[in-house]
Design a protein around this ligand. Structure first.
Ligand code: RIB
Length: 306
């Protein structure tokens, strides 16, 4: 039986407003245009993995509005199996994103249907062929905990993106194979900003098995039971929009772990995928193909592809 990547998480319509810079609290700035794009951390990770060659299943909820239909269609187009996504009466998840000219973003997420995902939804899922399970925190915490525990019990690798950041229950951390915060999230989780190794040590002491810190322009840092402390350098690119770069990393990391790569090789591949994604505007639409990632990596023999 071919193992798949199972994503249990959010699907959002992203309303992206472009502006010179992100406004300060209480400030109004002029926009220069806007786009409606497909997003949501869960769906973004699903698209990233599918475009890189993994067999992907998505579970979650969309609303009964036109956004919900568009989100399902978008996943269908890249051959993500959406049988696990329920259509719920009411609005879909919505993210309002300010995208600044230097490529940064600020996001407010309105849960919509994502907020109605339950632990019972999770227990109805089939985990037997899930090799890697991707989780984030845009669905209710009890559903995330149920998903992590069921996945762990089924022997899957569990990758948790702690975003939007929240306190992580011990029973969740115990079921997580890889915790993948970005710098901001990591600093909030360990209550302070420190060097990557020290941050990783603190996160590991909280109970998860491994940590992959996503450090943006500085690449990534891996450490844990399955990996020696390993800095993974970033690839230099000009960032147009960093939205969903972390989702791209997680989708790619999952794809390569599923294919049998070591964590270090998988992270180098994921770094390259994320580097390509930031050169483009938007979330799902910015996810690269295998050929693009392979091209950037220069067909290195050290990085076998699926
Ligand atoms: O990680 C980027 C995503 O965060 C966006 O697509 C938005 O929907 C929010 O979920």
């Amino acid at each position: 039986m071919q193992k798949s990547v199972l994503v249990i998480g959010s699907l959002n319509l992203d309303l992206v407003v472009h502006a010179e810079r992100i406004p300060l609290a209480g400030e109004t700035v002029r926009g220069s245009g806007y786009d409606s794009l497909l997003g949501g951390k869960g769906a973004n990770q699903a698209v990233a993995a599918a475009k890189l060659g993994a067999q992907v299943r998505m579970a979650g909820r969309v609303g009964s509005d036109s956004y919900g239909a568009a989100l399902l269609e978008g996943l269908d187009e890249v051959e993500v199996d959406v049988a696990g996504v329920q259509v719920t009466e009411g609005p879909s998840g919505l993210a309002v994103i300010t995208h600044s000219s230097d490529g940064q973003n600020a996001i407010v997420v309105q849960s919509g249907a994502n907020g109605l995902v339950t632990a019972a939804d999770v227990s109805a899922l089939e985990f037997a062929n899930a090799g890697v399970v991707l989780l984030q925190l845009e669905i209710p915490m009890d559903a995330v905990v149920a998903a992590a525990q069921a996945s762990h019990k089924a022997g899957a690798v569990v990758i948790l993106d702690p975003a939007p950041v929240a306190a992580l229950p011990e029973e969740l951390l115990r079921a997580v194979t890889w915790l993948t915060p970005n710098e901001t999230e990591a600093a909030q989780l360990v209550a302070g900003s420190m060097e990557p190794r020290q941050t990783a040590e603190r996160l590991l002491a909280m109970g998860c098995r491994n940590v992959a810190l996503k450090l943006g322009e500085r690449g990534a840092f891996l450490m844990g039971a399955d990996c020696e402390p390993t800095p993974v350098p970033a690839l230099p690119v000009k960032a147009v929009d960093t939205t969903a770069a972390g989702d791209c990393f997680n989708g790619a990391f999952a794809t390569r772990l599923l294919a049998g790569d070591s964590p270090e090789v998988a992270a180098r591949y994921a770094n390259a995928a994320a580097a390509i994604s930031v050169t483009r505007l938007g979330a799902q639409v910015s996810m690269p193909s295998r050929n693009e990632v392979e091209g950037l990596l220069g067909r290195s023999p050290q990085i076998p592809l699926v």
